[in-house]
Design a protein around this ligand. Sequence first.
Ligand code: 13P
Ligand code: SF4
Length: 319
Amino acid sequence: ADEKAELISRIKRLLKEQDAVLVAHYYVHPDLQDLAEATGGIVSDSLDMANFGHQHPAKTIVVAGVRFMGETAKILNPEKRVLMPDLEAECSLDLGCPVDEFAAFCDGHPDRTVVVYANTSAAVKARADWMVTSSIALPVVRHLMEQGRKILWAPDRHLGSYVQEQTGADMLLWQGSCIVHDEYKAKELIEMKAAHPGALVLVHPESPRAVVKLADVVGSTTQLISAAQKSVAQEFIVATDNGILHKMRTLCPDKVFLEAPTAGAGANCTSCSHCPWMAMNGLRNLAEVLENGRNEVHVDPAIGLRAKQPIEKMLEFAR
Ligand code: 13P
Ligand code: SF4
């Protein structure tokens, strides 16, 4: 406990000294979420992370999350220094969509508007017309439909088919998926619902279609937290990374939050309920990067300039 308190006060001092702000995702360790909020930073979903870092005057943005989040911060703020506790914090969606194959896919369908999820590399964003996060995917696709557009969507096939079903848009889907959400299982969830008949089921749309079908609420991390706050239900089954439970339990101390079942629980599953890359962020490596300035996020300026366009389009749309 002493070591933790020492690390926290060291990080607080370093953030001040370096004119740095900490931006954290709901999936990182609760210590980092609390620290971000206690030091004037933010804990949020990917859309608000991008917005907050962009609008904040600090010279350095420290991103506790995964690489695409650090890259998005750098693309939007090329003049700022962007640091991450661990640059190896990847995302299976990003890894599953290499730019060369993606560009060839786009070239094969020039009649389609290219919409990519935030969970992609800078180079993939540079090839896109629009970027979206899970919280804004539906309104953006509806907007494109009104303009009569056909869509090429990448990389998450579950989010893509959810959006397709909700909007009726003509969407061609890249076949990527999130290794964490892919593990939620419909059959076990049906059994859990039966055992907890009053519970509301909250599902992130990166989950498989059969799991999304069982949801009472489908939404981004921020949207799921706000649904838990607003609902009169006392019990919730949550199908998204269990890092989110910290915020849910803090905001709703009298409500009960249960993790949705994964088939791998108890088995040898390294991506069940918690993202192994989000888990790479900790107090120790955060203090280290603030001290030694290593782990700076770099994005090729020419790619960054092109990638900025679809991101800014989304931010503009969100306003
Ligand atoms: P949101 O926080 O935008 O819902 O995205 C979840 C995610 O994929 C982060 O890994
Ligand atoms: Fe990527 Fe899934 Fe991890 Fe989010 S939880 S960073 S989508 S692998």
